[in-house]
Design a binder for this molecule. Structure first.
Ligand SMILES: *Cc1c(COP(=O)(O)O)cnc(C)c1O
Length: 379
């Protein structure tokens, strides 16, 4: 089945008891048994819930996996992956990560005896240099946030395979519409469903997708044991969002490309970060690995003046100044003080994230209105 058909049909079936075409919201914590241990596959909603099952099956289909597992947030999904590890184990992660991922690694799991190395993964020699007998997991996020660096999943997978490591890929920015990490050799795909998958900025949820039965069972055990599972109402909302994922992503990509071009030629803009621009350092690998360049555009104004950047963010109207991304409405973020404030300034700057960088989550509005708004704000 092709992507658009899967987005609409995978995992969902008319409800057998009523014929309801849309998956019902099974707002129940428990399920009747006819005799002790005799049930229809559902015992308790932390473990399984039919609305969640439909969503998990849909996600597995979209990522070309066999098992989907939903969590109450993207962070809870990341948390479940780290719980596959033991004290003494080591992780090699990209150095340009979502702030919350960096925070859980360094502020929570480092205290549990897990060691993290943060390296620039566009150069796989940096990964090889940090490998040792304790390395168990490679953590990749691509494209990265907010600099839109693209990391080769196939190259990371080759290192993971030859060293018997797990490779997990945070696919939040690309979505399965633009890339399928499992097809490129990853073991685990992670999503903050909060973003493009939900698409309407009204739910917080996360997911993992795998294609290995044993790994799926280990993660399902963690999911059920630790209990960070989402409710059925939220699962319903993500299912509804997914039905238009392909339409939204197509427009996000088109609008973002036009905005990147507009900013790139604007006399007051020093630098634009968008993998679709031929001069972006990741353009070549992005063109190979992704089916489009996504909806996020970051930029820095000439002069590198924080007051000027602040003025633009205060003056812009259609782009709401807010955290998060991936909704139909355009948002604008100041990573240094918002999404990436949990990364120390020195670490941010070492990785090329300047305090004057503005990140846009380009929505699906009319692009002429968005460009007009940017033009008036930049002045
Ligand atoms: C938002 C985000 C997360 C965290 O997900 P939540 O749903 O907010 O917990 C992880 N990775 C990336 C790339 C994100 O954008």
């Amino acid at each position: 089945m092709k992507f658009a058909t899967k987005a609409i049909h995978a995992g969902v079936h008319p409800d057998p008891s009523t014929g309801a075409v849309m998956t019902p919201i099974f707002q129940t914590s428990t399920y009747a048994q006819t005799s002790p241990g005799q049930h229809k596959g559902y015992e308790y909603s932390r473990t399984h819930n039919p609305t969640r099952t439909a969503l998990q099956d849909s996600l597995a289909a979209l990522e070309n996996g066999t098992h989907g597992l939903c969590f109450s947030s993207g962070m809870a999904a990341i948390d479940a992956v780290v719980k596959l590890l033991k004290p003494g184990d080591e992780v090699i992660a990209a150095n340009d990560l979502y702030g919350g991922t960096y925070r859980i690694f360094t502020k929570i799991y480092a205290d549990f005896g897990i060691k993290f190395h943060f390296v620039p993964m566009h150069n796989m020699d940096e990964v090889r240099k940090n490998l040792n007998a304790n390395t168990k997991l490679l953590w990749v996020e691509t494209p990265t946030n907010p600099l839109l660096n693209v990391i080769s999943i196939a190259e990371a997978a080759a290192i993971a395979k030859s060293n018997h490591l797990l490779l997990a890929v945070d696919n939040t920015f690309a979505t399965p519409y633009l890339q399928n990490p499992l097809d490129l050799g990853a073991d685990i795909v992670m999503h903050s469903l909060t973003k493009y998958m939900a698409g309407h900025s009204d739910v917080v949820m996360g997911a993992l997708i795998v294609k290995d039965e044993a790994l799926a069972q280990r993660l399902a055990f963690i999911q059920n044991s630790c209990g960070a599972t989402p409710g059925p109402q939220d699962c319903f909302l993500i299912l509804r969002g997914i039905k238009t994922l392909h339409l939204r992503m197509q427009r996000h990509c088109e609008n973002a490309a036009q905005i990147a071009n507009f900013l790139d030629t604007h006399p007051k803009v020093e630098r634009v970060y968008y993998p679709g621009l031929p001069l972006h350092p990741s353009h070549e690998i992005a063109s190979k690995q992704m089916r489009g360049f996504g909806g996020i555009v970051s930029f820095v104004l000439k002069g590198d003046d924080i007051d000027e950047a602040r003025r633009v963010m205060e003056t812009i109207k259609l782009f709401t100044l807010a955290e998060s991304l991936g909704g139909v409405e355009s948002l604008c973020t100041h990573p240094a003080s918002m999404t990436h404030a949990s990364i120390p300034k020195a670490e941010r700057e070492k990785n090329g994230l300047r305090d004057t960088l503005i990140r846009l989550s380009v929505g699906v509005e009319d692009v002429e209105d968005l460009i007009e708004d940017l033009a008036q704000a930049i002045g």
